[in-house]
Design a protein around this ligand. Structure first.
Ligand code: SAH
Length: 278
Protein backbone atom coordinates (compact mmCIF):
# COMPACT_ATOMS: atom_id res chain seq x y z
CA UNK A 1 0.00 0.00 0.00
CA UNK A 2 1.41 3.29 -1.03
CA UNK A 3 2.95 5.20 1.78
CA UNK A 4 3.17 8.92 1.18
CA UNK A 5 -0.17 8.82 -0.61
CA UNK A 6 -2.10 11.65 0.94
CA UNK A 7 -5.68 10.58 0.80
CA UNK A 8 -6.13 11.10 4.49
CA UNK A 9 -7.03 7.56 5.40
CA UNK A 10 -5.92 6.66 8.89
CA UNK A 11 -6.32 3.07 7.92
CA UNK A 12 -7.02 1.85 11.45
CA UNK A 13 -3.63 0.26 11.54
CA UNK A 14 -3.62 -0.74 7.89
CA UNK A 15 -2.02 2.23 6.26
CA UNK A 16 0.15 4.61 8.20
CA UNK A 17 0.67 7.80 6.30
CA UNK A 18 3.58 10.10 6.72
CA UNK A 19 2.53 13.50 7.88
CA UNK A 20 0.26 12.01 10.50
CA UNK A 21 3.19 11.22 12.70
CA UNK A 22 1.62 13.16 15.55
CA UNK A 23 -0.93 10.41 15.86
CA UNK A 24 0.60 7.29 14.37
CA UNK A 25 3.34 5.68 16.37
CA UNK A 26 6.50 4.38 14.85
CA UNK A 27 9.01 1.73 15.87
CA UNK A 28 12.70 1.88 15.14
CA UNK A 29 14.60 -1.39 15.45
CA UNK A 30 17.95 0.04 16.39
CA UNK A 31 21.30 -1.72 16.55
CA UNK A 32 22.93 -0.83 19.87
CA UNK A 33 26.30 -2.22 18.85
CA UNK A 34 28.45 -4.54 20.98
CA UNK A 35 28.31 -2.53 24.19
CA UNK A 36 30.64 0.46 23.99
CA UNK A 37 28.36 3.52 23.68
CA UNK A 38 30.91 5.09 21.34
CA UNK A 39 30.08 2.33 18.85
CA UNK A 40 26.48 3.46 18.49
CA UNK A 41 25.74 5.04 15.15
CA UNK A 42 24.95 8.75 15.17
CA UNK A 43 21.48 7.79 13.98
CA UNK A 44 20.99 5.43 16.92
CA UNK A 45 22.02 8.20 19.29
CA UNK A 46 19.63 10.70 17.71
CA UNK A 47 16.75 8.24 17.89
CA UNK A 48 17.50 7.41 21.52
CA UNK A 49 17.38 11.08 22.33
CA UNK A 50 14.05 11.49 20.56
CA UNK A 51 12.27 8.33 21.71
CA UNK A 52 9.20 8.35 23.96
CA UNK A 53 9.96 4.79 24.99
CA UNK A 54 12.99 2.54 24.74
CA UNK A 55 12.48 -1.22 24.79
CA UNK A 56 15.71 -3.03 25.57
CA UNK A 57 17.20 -6.35 26.61
CA UNK A 58 18.62 -7.19 30.00
CA UNK A 59 22.20 -6.94 28.79
CA UNK A 60 21.96 -3.46 27.29
CA UNK A 61 24.70 -1.51 29.10
CA UNK A 62 23.55 1.27 31.39
CA UNK A 63 25.73 3.93 29.68
CA UNK A 64 23.77 3.33 26.48
CA UNK A 65 20.40 3.58 28.23
CA UNK A 66 21.58 6.78 29.88
CA UNK A 67 21.68 8.38 26.44
CA UNK A 68 17.89 8.22 26.16
CA UNK A 69 15.97 11.44 26.74
CA UNK A 70 15.41 12.09 30.47
CA UNK A 71 11.67 11.67 30.16
CA UNK A 72 11.79 8.51 28.08
CA UNK A 73 10.24 5.37 29.47
CA UNK A 74 12.65 2.43 29.60
CA UNK A 75 11.22 -1.06 29.33
CA UNK A 76 13.45 -4.06 30.04
CA UNK A 77 12.16 -7.13 28.27
CA UNK A 78 14.91 -9.08 29.97
CA UNK A 79 15.84 -11.64 27.43
CA UNK A 80 18.59 -14.08 28.12
CA UNK A 81 19.25 -17.47 26.58
CA UNK A 82 16.84 -19.99 28.12
CA UNK A 83 15.53 -17.39 30.58
CA UNK A 84 13.11 -15.19 28.73
CA UNK A 85 11.13 -12.97 31.03
CA UNK A 86 8.98 -11.94 28.11
CA UNK A 87 8.59 -14.38 25.24
CA UNK A 88 9.15 -13.12 21.71
CA UNK A 89 5.42 -12.94 21.06
CA UNK A 90 5.02 -10.76 24.11
CA UNK A 91 7.74 -8.41 22.88
CA UNK A 92 6.11 -8.20 19.47
CA UNK A 93 2.74 -7.36 21.04
CA UNK A 94 4.34 -4.81 23.35
CA UNK A 95 5.93 -2.99 20.40
CA UNK A 96 2.67 -3.02 18.47
CA UNK A 97 0.74 -1.76 21.49
CA UNK A 98 3.15 1.09 22.20
CA UNK A 99 3.08 2.21 18.57
CA UNK A 100 -0.72 2.15 18.61
CA UNK A 101 -0.60 4.56 21.53
CA UNK A 102 1.06 6.93 19.08
CA UNK A 103 4.48 6.68 20.68
CA UNK A 104 7.92 6.93 19.12
CA UNK A 105 9.41 3.61 20.10
CA UNK A 106 13.07 2.63 19.94
CA UNK A 107 13.56 -1.10 20.17
CA UNK A 108 17.26 -1.43 21.04
CA UNK A 109 18.89 -4.66 19.90
CA UNK A 110 22.43 -5.70 20.75
CA UNK A 111 24.86 -5.50 17.85
CA UNK A 112 22.90 -5.44 14.61
CA UNK A 113 19.14 -6.10 14.72
CA UNK A 114 19.30 -8.49 11.77
CA UNK A 115 22.26 -10.55 12.95
CA UNK A 116 20.96 -13.40 15.12
CA UNK A 117 18.83 -10.90 16.97
CA UNK A 118 15.29 -11.88 15.97
CA UNK A 119 14.93 -8.38 14.54
CA UNK A 120 13.42 -9.99 11.46
CA UNK A 121 10.62 -11.47 13.51
CA UNK A 122 9.88 -8.17 15.21
CA UNK A 123 9.83 -6.38 11.87
CA UNK A 124 7.44 -8.95 10.44
CA UNK A 125 5.11 -8.61 13.40
CA UNK A 126 5.12 -4.82 13.10
CA UNK A 127 4.46 -4.97 9.37
CA UNK A 128 1.66 -7.46 9.89
CA UNK A 129 0.08 -5.06 12.37
CA UNK A 130 0.40 -2.18 9.93
CA UNK A 131 2.85 -0.29 12.13
CA UNK A 132 5.43 1.98 10.54
CA UNK A 133 8.79 0.41 11.30
CA UNK A 134 12.40 1.14 10.37
CA UNK A 135 15.68 -0.63 10.94
CA UNK A 136 18.95 1.02 11.93
CA UNK A 137 22.00 -1.21 11.51
CA UNK A 138 24.55 -1.60 14.26
CA UNK A 139 28.08 -2.85 14.75
CA UNK A 140 27.69 -6.58 15.08
CA UNK A 141 29.66 -8.51 17.72
CA UNK A 142 31.90 -10.28 15.21
CA UNK A 143 33.22 -6.96 13.96
CA UNK A 144 33.89 -5.67 17.46
CA UNK A 145 35.56 -8.96 18.41
CA UNK A 146 37.78 -8.87 15.34
CA UNK A 147 38.74 -5.28 16.07
CA UNK A 148 39.47 -6.03 19.71
CA UNK A 149 41.57 -9.06 18.90
CA UNK A 150 43.38 -7.39 16.04
CA UNK A 151 42.38 -10.28 13.81
CA UNK A 152 40.76 -9.20 10.53
CA UNK A 153 37.92 -11.47 9.45
CA UNK A 154 39.30 -11.47 5.92
CA UNK A 155 42.94 -10.98 5.06
CA UNK A 156 44.92 -11.40 1.87
CA UNK A 157 46.37 -14.87 1.76
CA UNK A 158 44.63 -16.04 4.94
CA UNK A 159 40.90 -15.73 4.41
CA UNK A 160 38.92 -14.87 1.32
CA UNK A 161 35.58 -15.43 2.97
CA UNK A 162 33.87 -15.22 6.33
CA UNK A 163 30.73 -16.99 7.46
CA UNK A 164 28.63 -15.85 10.41
CA UNK A 165 27.02 -18.78 12.19
CA UNK A 166 25.07 -19.43 15.34
CA UNK A 167 26.41 -22.00 17.77
CA UNK A 168 23.11 -22.13 19.54
CA UNK A 169 21.12 -25.34 19.37
CA UNK A 170 18.85 -27.50 21.47
CA UNK A 171 20.44 -28.29 24.82
CA UNK A 172 23.72 -30.10 24.54
CA UNK A 173 23.66 -30.51 20.78
CA UNK A 174 25.63 -28.68 18.12
CA UNK A 175 23.67 -26.66 15.60
CA UNK A 176 22.84 -28.20 12.25
CA UNK A 177 25.41 -26.53 10.01
CA UNK A 178 27.17 -27.41 6.76
CA UNK A 179 30.36 -28.56 8.46
CA UNK A 180 32.09 -29.47 5.21
CA UNK A 181 31.67 -25.95 3.89
CA UNK A 182 32.78 -24.44 7.20
CA UNK A 183 35.87 -26.65 7.31
CA UNK A 184 37.39 -25.12 4.18
CA UNK A 185 40.75 -23.48 4.77
CA UNK A 186 41.32 -19.79 4.13
CA UNK A 187 37.87 -19.17 5.40
CA UNK A 188 36.89 -17.55 8.70
CA UNK A 189 33.98 -18.80 10.76
CA UNK A 190 32.59 -16.24 13.20
CA UNK A 191 30.49 -18.06 15.77
CA UNK A 192 27.82 -16.34 17.87
CA UNK A 193 26.33 -18.00 20.96
CA UNK A 194 28.92 -20.73 20.70
CA UNK A 195 30.40 -20.97 24.20
CA UNK A 196 28.34 -23.87 25.50
CA UNK A 197 28.54 -25.81 22.24
CA UNK A 198 32.21 -25.01 21.56
CA UNK A 199 33.52 -28.55 22.23
CA UNK A 200 30.99 -30.09 19.84
CA UNK A 201 31.55 -27.43 17.20
CA UNK A 202 35.30 -28.00 17.31
CA UNK A 203 34.83 -31.76 17.00
CA UNK A 204 32.52 -31.35 14.01
CA UNK A 205 34.88 -29.01 12.21
CA UNK A 206 37.82 -31.33 12.79
CA UNK A 207 35.80 -34.34 11.66
CA UNK A 208 34.91 -32.42 8.50
CA UNK A 209 38.58 -31.87 7.75
CA UNK A 210 39.62 -28.64 9.40
CA UNK A 211 43.04 -28.94 10.98
CA UNK A 212 43.00 -29.40 14.78
CA UNK A 213 45.74 -26.77 14.86
CA UNK A 214 43.53 -24.10 13.28
CA UNK A 215 43.80 -21.04 15.50
CA UNK A 216 40.73 -19.73 17.29
CA UNK A 217 40.40 -16.31 18.90
CA UNK A 218 37.75 -16.01 21.60
CA UNK A 219 36.60 -12.55 22.60
CA UNK A 220 34.34 -12.14 25.59
CA UNK A 221 32.55 -8.83 26.23
CA UNK A 222 34.00 -7.28 23.09
CA UNK A 223 34.24 -3.48 23.28
CA UNK A 224 33.32 -3.41 26.97
CA UNK A 225 35.64 -2.48 29.85
CA UNK A 226 35.84 -6.14 30.89
CA UNK A 227 36.72 -7.43 27.42
CA UNK A 228 38.80 -10.61 27.58
CA UNK A 229 40.53 -12.31 24.69
CA UNK A 230 42.19 -15.64 24.39
CA UNK A 231 43.76 -17.50 21.53
CA UNK A 232 43.71 -21.24 21.28
CA UNK A 233 43.44 -24.00 18.71
CA UNK A 234 40.45 -25.93 17.48
CA UNK A 235 41.51 -29.06 19.34
CA UNK A 236 41.92 -27.17 22.63
CA UNK A 237 38.88 -24.94 22.19
CA UNK A 238 36.56 -26.79 24.55
CA UNK A 239 39.01 -26.67 27.44
CA UNK A 240 40.06 -23.10 26.70
CA UNK A 241 36.57 -21.64 26.95
CA UNK A 242 35.56 -23.50 30.10
CA UNK A 243 34.80 -20.88 32.71
CA UNK A 244 33.91 -18.07 30.30
CA UNK A 245 30.35 -16.97 30.78
CA UNK A 246 29.97 -13.51 29.25
CA UNK A 247 28.77 -13.05 25.71
CA UNK A 248 31.62 -14.31 23.56
CA UNK A 249 32.45 -14.53 19.92
CA UNK A 250 34.59 -17.32 18.49
CA UNK A 251 36.72 -16.50 15.46
CA UNK A 252 37.87 -19.74 13.86
CA UNK A 253 40.39 -19.62 11.07
CA UNK A 254 43.88 -18.82 9.93
CA UNK A 255 43.33 -15.11 10.62
CA UNK A 256 43.09 -15.85 14.35
CA UNK A 257 46.83 -16.44 14.29
CA UNK A 258 47.19 -12.70 13.83
CA UNK A 259 45.41 -12.13 17.13
CA UNK A 260 47.81 -14.48 18.82
CA UNK A 261 50.86 -12.74 17.46
CA UNK A 262 49.49 -9.38 18.44
CA UNK A 263 48.59 -10.37 21.99
CA UNK A 264 51.80 -12.30 22.57
CA UNK A 265 53.80 -9.28 21.52
CA UNK A 266 51.99 -7.03 23.96
CA UNK A 267 51.95 -9.48 26.77
CA UNK A 268 55.03 -11.56 26.42
CA UNK A 269 52.57 -14.17 27.58
CA UNK A 270 53.84 -17.55 28.67
CA UNK A 271 50.51 -19.27 28.36
CA UNK A 272 50.05 -19.86 24.66
CA UNK A 273 46.60 -21.37 24.82
CA UNK A 274 44.92 -19.10 27.26
CA UNK A 275 45.80 -15.46 27.06
CA UNK A 276 43.61 -12.91 28.75
CA UNK A 277 44.45 -9.28 28.41
CA UNK A 278 43.26 -5.88 29.21
N1 SAH B 1 22.51 -9.09 17.21
C1 SAH B 1 23.74 -9.37 17.93
C2 SAH B 1 23.91 -10.83 18.25
C3 SAH B 1 22.86 -11.40 19.16
S1 SAH B 1 23.14 -13.07 19.54
C4 SAH B 1 24.92 -8.82 17.14
O1 SAH B 1 24.75 -8.40 16.00
O2 SAH B 1 26.03 -8.81 17.68
C5 SAH B 1 24.04 -12.94 21.06
C6 SAH B 1 25.46 -13.38 20.84
O3 SAH B 1 26.21 -12.33 20.26
C7 SAH B 1 26.21 -13.70 22.12
O4 SAH B 1 25.96 -15.03 22.53
C8 SAH B 1 27.64 -13.55 21.65
O5 SAH B 1 28.07 -14.65 20.89
C9 SAH B 1 27.53 -12.37 20.71
N2 SAH B 1 27.84 -11.09 21.39
C10 SAH B 1 27.02 -10.07 21.61
N3 SAH B 1 27.67 -9.06 22.21
C11 SAH B 1 28.94 -9.45 22.34
C12 SAH B 1 30.11 -8.85 22.87
N4 SAH B 1 30.12 -7.62 23.37
N5 SAH B 1 31.27 -9.56 22.83
C13 SAH B 1 31.31 -10.80 22.32
N6 SAH B 1 30.23 -11.42 21.79
C14 SAH B 1 29.07 -10.75 21.82
Amino acid sequence: MARGHSHGETGRGLVVLKGQAGRAGVVWLVGAGPGDPDLLTVKALRLLQAADVVVHDRLTPRPILDLAAPGARLIDVGKRKSRHTLPQDGINQLLVGLAREGLKVVRLKGGDPFMFGRGGEELEALRAAGIEAHVVPGVTAALAAAAGAGAPLTHRGLAQAVTFVTGHAAAGAEPDLDWTALARTNHTVAIYMGLSTAPGIAARLIAAGRSPLTPVAVVENASLPDERRLVTTLSALGDSVAGLDGPALLIVGEVAALAKADLARHLGAADETRVGVR
